[in-house]
Write a protein that binds this ligand. Structure first.
Ligand SMILES: Nc1ncnc2c1ncn2[C@@H]1O[C@H](COP(=O)(O)OP(=O)(O)OP(=O)(O)O)[C@@H](O)[C@H]1O
Ligand SMILES: [Mg+2]
Length: 321
């Protein structure tokens, strides 16, 4: 398998409030923290984690919508942050994003035609009649009507499921190779959700797409993805083939997600009794999952594990696993 994306030590930090004017006093928060991953051509690569774990920030870095603090992202062997303007424009045609919220991601004042035409106009793809032909083809691909009446409607005049299909059509109209779908079904009703997942499955077969599929639902990733990365506080804590990760989860966070038990902050008395009066919030060098881990070791307080391979392609960042 060829890696279409190779991500190495990718980090995105944001300043924390406070710290004054002196640079050395300012504290930063790593929304994405030294992430290294490979996404292969043809993958449906799931990124799973609870809210705030850094999934969207990682996606935005992959598409160069934001600049990293550190690390590299190689797309087809080229560092996306070192592409010149024309290379970037060409690459932007190949990589597209489907957004979570079809309500806010589509301009409510524009017609369906103009929404889908916009990327074609930005990339100057042919005459108005070519644009019309391409839009009709793309609407057929996502099982939507192609009549002039439908094309002149605005997002407010169609259903939620149809709106997300428009979001998908807009992402596909430039015939991309790589699509990042950021929680594309989390705002939809169960019945509509199933239809969108089925559509994305069919599209992958028809037009040879590679997907990154962001979700907080492990069950959905299991159904749809072939590989997965589990994120916790900006770090990838486990990654591998979907069957390996779901059937033999090696990180305690993955296990908790699988049990559908939201891991909560444990009683500090329990931690104090076991580890003495430590300031766990200043556990700067230790495992980030320490205070929520059901069964931490003393050394987890001081040692931050990096990903290591436990089986071919199955990696975990935990010294307990
Ligand atoms: N521009 C920004 N400035 C400061 N902090 C940010 C910025 N963007 C994201 N963050 C922070 O980075 C962390 C990760 O955010 P991100 O949106 O990537 O999480 P997520 O996993 O996509 O969450 P969700 O499931 O809620 O969409 C959050 O704590 C968020 O508040
Ligand atoms: Mg997000």
């Amino acid at each position: 398998m060829d890696a279409i994306y190779r991500i190495t030590d990718l980090t995105k930090s944001y300043p924390l409030p406070g710290g004054g004017l002196l640079k050395k006093n300012r504290k930063v928060f790593r929304a994405v923290d030294k992430v290294s991953l490979e996404i292969n051509s043809g993958d449906t690569f799931g990124i799973v984690g609870e809210s705030g774990s850094g999934k969207t920030t990682l996606a935005r870095l992959l598409l160069r919508l934001i600049e990293p603090t550190d690390g590299n992202v190689y797309y087809k062997g080229r560092d996306v942050f070192r592409l010149n303007r024309s290379e970037l424009k060409k690459t932007r045609k190949e990589i597209q994003m489907i957004f979570q919220d079809p309500y806010s991601s589509l301009d409510p004042r524009k017609s369906i035609f103009n929404i889908i035409a916009e990327p074609l106009k930005v990339h100057k793809t042919g005459s108005l009649s070519d644009i019309h032909t391409r839009i009709v083809e793309t609407l057929e691909l996502v099982d939507l009507p192609t009549s002039d009446d439908f094309l002149s409607k605005t997002p407010g005049e169609i259903s939620g499921g149809q709106r997300q299909r428009i979001g998908i059509a807009r992402a596909l109209v430039l015939k991309p190779e790589f699509v990042v779908a950021d929680e594309p079904v989390s705002m939809l009703d169960a019945s509509i959700k199933a239809g969108i997942i089925e559509l994305m499955t069919q599209l992958k077969k028809k037009i040879n797409l590679t997907y990154v599929f962001i979700t907080h639902e492990l069950a959905l990733a299991y159904h749809f993805c072939n590989r997965i990365a589990v994120m916790y506080l900006g770090e990838v804590v486990e990654t591998g083939n979907i069957d390996d990760v779901i059937q033999s989860p090696a990180h305690p966070y993955t296990r908790l997600l699988l049990d559908s038990i939201p891991p909560t902050e444990p009683d500090p008395d329990w931690l104090d009794k076991r580890f003495g009066k430590s300031d766990f919030s200043r556990n700067a060098e230790g495992c980030k999952f320490f205070v929520r881990c059901p069964n931490p070791k003393d050394s987890c307080l001081h040692f931050r594990p990096s990903l290591s391979e436990i089986k071919r392609g199955h990696m975990v960042a935990c010294q307990l696993g």
